[in-house]
Design a protein around this ligand. Structure first.
Ligand SMILES: [Zn+2]
Length: 329
């Protein structure tokens, strides 16, 4: 098992999935009927697309490859279709893990899919369907990040937050993080108005769209990637009226049907935002809905409208030491 030894040694130098490892350790005891679902966003190096918010990089390409190699050796990676069969009474394999990606960034096809395909690991991609083929820019959090990174101003009045010094990358990142946190406290429309005001104030608006095109999504679907719904415009569904939440969910299902010819069987709540009202809107529309609530799922008793996931992204040396124990234990 030289390959495994090398992989783990490399992974230990580039630790990248602390939360995942601690939960997978629980899964690793091999209890029956327990499902782990990993959440990835981007797989890339920050220097590759410096205008995109680096906080959504779940793993750099080499770390991702290590993680998937560990999964393929130690776990049974299942597809969404296999999970839905469990809902119909099929039994769940031991150490079952699903690999999911939110937001359909282009790096999925460039970096993640080649690894997954080579290892024959199934994956589910949650697509915010307003973004493929859009020509006027991508997600607000990336446009805002680019505006803070590239503005020529050394000081600015940020809407709702006041004066912010922007003398160096660290101050710019602090101002960005503060504003990003602040938007989460606002109703969706107010949050978007604040974002647009800030981008105008900073005077830089990136029109780069980092989301996969419909052509690429059709290609991936044909190659075996499961596409699923993630609203159209990616609002926090808890911060829009229920009828708008329903239109976003239904709209994204119809968009995928029209553009790719599939009927998506799953949904992921944008940023994991879900409450009783939102869950009741989604329940009749998607047999399986995924949150960002951290944890494993006991398939005998889990709520299919609130499936827990494990976000991959944090870094910790101890995590990979534990991963070593997992894979050699
Ligand atoms: Zn998302």
């Amino acid at each position: 098992m030289t390959g495994l030894r090398e992989t783990v040694a490399r992974a230990a130098r580039h630790p990248a999935f602390k939360a995942a490892v601690s939960l997978l350790e629980r899964l690793d005891r091999g209890r029956d009927g327990v499902l782990g679902v990993l959440t990835y966003h981007r797989v890339d190096s920050p220097s590759n697309e410096p205008d995109l918010y680096p906080g959504l990089i779940s793993a750099e390409p080499r770390d991702f490859e290590d993680q998937m190699t560990l999964l393929s050796l130690r776990y049974r990676v299942i597809s969404l279709e296999e999970l839905l069969a469990v809902r119909q009474g099929a039994s769940l394999p031991r150490r079952a893990v699903m690999v999911t990606f939110d937001d359909a960034y282009k790096d999925f096809e460039e970096q993640a899919w080649p690894v997954l395909a080579r290892l024959s690991l199934p994956a589910t991609l949650f697509v915010p369907t307003d973004f493929p083929d859009r020509i006027d820019g991508g997600f607000w959090w990336d446009r805002l990040y680019a505006a803070f990174r590239r503005t020529g101003q050394s000081k600015s009045i940020i809407p709702s937050l006041g004066s912010a010094s922007l003398l160096n990358p660290r101050e710019r990142r602090t101002a960005y993080d503060r504003l990003r946190e602040h938007t989460k406290t606002l109703p969706h429309d107010d949050a978007m108005e604040t974002v647009e005001d800030t981008i105008r104030t900073l005077g830089v608006d990136s029109t780069e769209n980092p989301v996969l095109t419909w052509d690429a999504l059709r290609r991936l679907s044909r190659a075996g990637v499961t596409l699923a719904a993630h609203t159209q415009t990616h609002p926090l569904l808890t911060r829009v009226p229920p009828e708008r939440a329903e239109a976003e969910v239904t709209g994204s299902i119809l968009d995928l049907h029209r553009e790719v010819g599939i009927t998506p069987q799953a949904f992921a709540y944008p940023s994991g935002a879900v409450d009783e009202t939102v869950a009741s809107v989604v329940k009749p529309l998607a047999p399986a809905a995924f949150t960002t609530e951290r944890g494993l799922n006991d398939v005998a008793s889990m709520d299919w409208s609130r499936i827990r996931r494990i976000n991959v992204g944090s870094r910790s040396t101890s995590a990979l030491i534990r991963a070593q124990l997992l894979s050699w234990g």
